[in-house]
Design a protein around this ligand. Sequence first.
Ligand SMILES: Nc1ncnc2c1ncn2[C@@H]1O[C@H](COP(=O)(O)OP(=O)(O)OP(=O)(O)O)[C@@H](O)[C@H]1O
Length: 344
Amino acid sequence: MIRIDNLTKSFGAFQAVDHISLSVPQGSFLVLVGPSGCGKSTMLRMLAGLELPSGGQVQFGEDTVSDGDRGWMIDPTRRNAGLVFQSYALWPHMTVAGNVDWPLKIAGISKAERKARVVDVLGMLGIEALAARYPNEISGGQQQRVAIARMIAPRPAILLFDEPLSNLDAKLRVEMRTELLRVHRATGATSVYVTHDQVEAMTMATHVAVLNGGKVEQFGSPEDLVRNPATAFVATFVGTPPANLIPVSSLPRERAADLPADALAMYRPEDLIASAEPSAASMAFDFAEASPVAGRTMLTGTQGALRLTAVVDAAPRRQVGDKVHFTVPKIPAALFAQNGERLS
Ligand SMILES: Nc1ncnc2c1ncn2[C@@H]1O[C@H](COP(=O)(O)OP(=O)(O)OP(=O)(O)O)[C@@H](O)[C@H]1O
C-alpha cells in the first residue's frame, strides 16, 4: 500500500505540489500524469526520498517514510523502493551483468544468490544474451531493459518510474509498456509511474492521478476518467482522441436552447456527425486533417481557436481549404462551468 497525505512541496513561494492526498492498495499500478510542470516528478522524488516534503506524509505499507510536517525522511536506500529514470544511468565501466549485480552486492547478498538473481532478471527482460556486453555496446531500448533489470533485482516492494520510455521510438515504447506491466505483475510490487503521455497512463494504470498546477484534478481508474471526467481539464486531456468542449455560445441555436449560456458542453468524438454539406443544426469548420483509425476516420476541423475532432465511419472527402460541417448530438455528454467545474 502507498498512502500520501496532504503532501506539499514548495520552492520558495512556489507550490510545486499542493496538498495532495491519495492511496492505492498493494500491487497497484499508479500513474501520475499531467502536462509539463504540473509537479509529477517532484511527487515521485518525494516518494523516492530524494526530496524532503514541505508538508504532509508518505507511507509505504505500515511505515511512514517521509514526514514533511516533522521535517524528516528515511534515506532512499532504506525504503525498499527501486527507481528508473528517463536517462538510463548505467555504469559504463561495468558489463550488463555487473550493472545488475552491483545493487545486490551492496545489499550484502551471497555470491551464489546474486548469480541466480542476475540470470533470473536478465531472462525476465529477455536480455540474457547481452550479459557480457558494456552499456555502449547495446541499444537505447536494451539499456533501458538493463536499468529495469537492475531496479528489480533487489526485489523492492515499490517500483518508481519517471518517464522511463520517453527516449525510445514509438514502436519500442508500445512494446516496452507491455513488458513493464509484465515485470510489474511478476514482481507483485506496487508501481508508481510518471508520464505526460495520457495514452501510456490509460493503457497501463490501475489508478490514475491527473495532476495540473500541483493539484489532483481527478483520481480514479482509466475508465472513470474517460466516462466521467470531473473537470473540463480532464475531459480534454484523456481519451484517444480526447472529448470536445464547445462553449454553449458557439453552438447553433437548435442545440444551445436548453443549456446554460455560459457553460462548456462536452461531446465525444464518436458522437459527432461530419458532412460536406451544411444542415440546420450543423456548424461550419475549416477542415484541418483526417487520418484512418481502426477502420474509421478521425477528422479534425478548426474554427478560430476552437478545434473539433470526430471519429466517423464514412468521412466526407475534404482537403485543406474546404469546410467540414459537424453536427453534435442534442444532449451533451457533460456540462462544465467556465472555471472547469463539472455542472452535469
Ligand atoms: N529545485 C527546484 N527549484 C525551484 N522550482 C522547481 C524545482 N524543481 C521543480 N521546480 C518547479 O516545480 C514545478 C513542478 O516541477 P516538476 O519537475 O515536478 O514537473 P513535471 O510535472 O515533472 O514536469 P515535466 O514533465 O516537464 O518534467 C515546475 O514549475 C518546476 O519549475
